[in-house]
Design a protein around this ligand. Structure first.
Ligand SMILES: NC(=O)C1=CN([C@@H]2O[C@H](COP(=O)(O)OP(=O)(O)OC[C@H]3O[C@@H](n4cnc5c(N)ncnc54)[C@H](O)[C@@H]3O)[C@@H](O)[C@H]2O)[C@@H](O)CC1
Ligand SMILES: [K+]
Length: 500
């Protein structure tokens, strides 16, 4: 499990550790690690550190101090290191070390800074770290924007300046780094968008904080964690014990979502899929997934809130392509009044946004909105959700009394009193119609197998992202990949699952 923390949590741990160590030890560890990573990068891009050009952007706090000491180490190895002093003050020890090692420092000047950045093989962003708050003030904002024109690699020190370390929020200009070298522990804002995108790859330098860290605010499952959580059939398993998932999806108008959701469930290993809908989606699901047991729902029975004709299930998926009219509402009421876990997606979310009483139930509920759907559920503008994904997914879980999986470039899963789980798999190719329907089926199959809502949602997100990468051609994004269709993701599930 990769764990991540807020700035306050890191700061308290640092204070506890610092009290046990001689002054300057932590900064020395941080700067040594930072210089090592930068030297490695320079050796990779230029062949050697000697003679390479390094620009340092230095703010007034200890983040600048880290960059200055690391710059001094690179200068001692023959790099030409020049620092732009942007703050009202500068870390004295760091500045002295840089000068002693032959590095140079200049007061901020926009034209000069632009030249330095354009010429540098590597830019170190030491403007602000975990001490930053609010949008970057000048001249930091301008410098952050200038890093976009930098000719070489941009390395953020601890946190990309302009990114809120605790939440990943970005308000105004912010550094976009190729790599962020972070100290002691991951900051939550490095794993959650938009912060995660600004951070680029993240490298952790151990400074000994481990024993002093509290419970994390954010966690990311690794492949091993997911492999441990995924159900595997035993000798005495049969299709019922492996989990029967009911899927109430599709309508005569929207049929594809049903086929995709059923596909996700079948391929993710459901013991059995029971599909209930109107005649046309049932016909199409039978044609595409003969494994599914189908029922054409009789509207009069649904209006009486009876789903007995469908047969027993251990969990329901409700919503993809269901429509939002009175009949869909009746289906939603019938499904949500059962005593089994229910995953609500797509049109199901629109229905519960209009009628929150549907969510008054004792069994677990998992909601899987994207930002637009969450905006309707919470009555908050979509832009606010996008800018503060971590805060809003937490709020939704508390307010709606459900496990909430917020889809997007970094998918988040929140449940009250648990760390928010952030998904690390996936690919930008996933941003295509129907992939969410496949996800609903995967998560439904895992719920039916007995995973908690929290584990089912986070494992489903992981496996879905992995299958998407597999379908696209491997890796996150880059050459050698091709666009994918939603059904490709369902089809790639077995190959992806075999790697776990
Ligand atoms: N505390 C520790 O034990 C360690 C801290 N380290 C480094 O120290 C950093 C934290 O240092 P500090 O607490 O000095 O804080 P920072 O250096 O992160 O930033 C604080 C300074 O930035 C200014 N500032 C804050 N928000 C701003 C904004 N929006 N625009 C412009 N200026 C802004 C503040 O006025 C203050 O001068 C960490 O991120 C890490 O890089 C490391 O050396 C490891 C050990
Ligand atoms: K920084």
């Amino acid at each position: 499990m990769r764990t991540a923390y807020t700035s306050d949590q890191i700061r308290s741990a640092e204070l506890a550790l610092m009290a046990r160590l001689p002054e300057g030890t932590l900064m020395d560890r941080a700067a040594t690690g930072l210089a090592g990573v930068c030297a490695h990068l320079l050796a990779g891009s230029r062949g050697r550190v000697y003679g390479s050009r390094v620009a340092l952007l230095i703010g007034s706090g200890d983040n600048g101090g880290d960059a200055l000491y690391a710059g001094a180490r690179l200068a001692r190895r023959g790099a030409r290191v020049e620092a732009v002093l942007a703050g009202s003050r500068t870390h004295e020890g760091g500045l002295a070390a840089l000068r002693k090692a032959g590095g140079r420092a200049h007061p901020y000047d926009a034209a000069r800074a632009r030249e330095l950045l354009a010429d540098a093989d590597l830019v170190m962003d030491g403007l602000v770290g975990i001490g930053g708050s609010g949008p970057l003030r000048e001249p930091y904002g301008t410098l952050a924007e200038l890093t976009a024109e930098a000719g070489g690699l941009v390395v953020a020190v601890d946190v990309p300046s302009g990114v809120d370390a605790s939440s990943g929020r970005v308000e105004g200009p912010a550094v976009r780094a190729h790599l962020t070298v972070t100290f002691g522990a991951y900051k939550a804002g490095l794993l959650v968008d938009p912060g995660a995108t600004h951070a680029g790859a993240v490298e952790l330098v151990d400074i000994g904080l481990g024993p002093f860290l509290p419970d994390p605010e954010v966690a990311a499952l690794t492949a091993d964690d997911v492999a441990d959580l995924l159900p595997r059939p035993g000798e005495e398993s049969d299709k019922y014990r492996r989990g029967v998932v009911g899927i109430a999806a599709g309508s005569d108008r929207y049929t594809g979502a049903a086929v995709l959701s059923v596909g996700g469930a079948v391929r993710a290993g459901a013991g059995m899929v029971r599909f209930a809908s109107s005649a046309e989606p049932v016909r199409l699901v039978r044609a595409r997934w003969p494994e599914a047991i189908t029922t054409v729902l009789d509207p009069s029975l649904v209006l009486k809130s009876s789903l007995d004709e469908v047969g027993r299930v251990q969990a329901w998926v409700l919503g993809p392509g269901l429509g939002t009219g009175p009949e869909a509402h009746a289906v939603a009421r019938a499904v949500l009044s059962t005593g089994v876990p229910v995953l609500v997606d797509a049109d199901g979310l629109t229905l519960v946004a209009k009628d929150r009483t549907l969510l008054r139930r004792a069994a677990p509920t998992v909601l899987t909105p994207h930002a637009g759907e969450l905006s309707r559920l919470l009555g908050v503008p979509r832009e606010h959700i996008e800018a503060g994904r971590l805060d809003h997914v937490r709020r939704a879980a508390a307010e709606l009394g459900a496990t909430v999986l917020l889809k997007g470039s970094t998918t988040l899963v929140a449940e009250e009193h648990r760390p928010v789980r952030v998904n690390t798999t996936g690919t930008p190719w996933l941003a295509t119609g129907g992939t969410g329907d496949v996800l609903s089926g995967i998560a439904g199959a895992l719920l039916a197998a007995g995973l908690t809502g929290y584990d089912a949602a986070s494992c489903a997100a992981y496996v879905h992202g992995l299958a998407a990468r597999t379908a696209a051609g491997g890796g996150a994004v880059g050459r050698g990949q091709a666009p994918i269709a939603a059904l490709d993701v369902a089809q790639a599930l077995p190959e992806a699952l075999r790697t776990l």
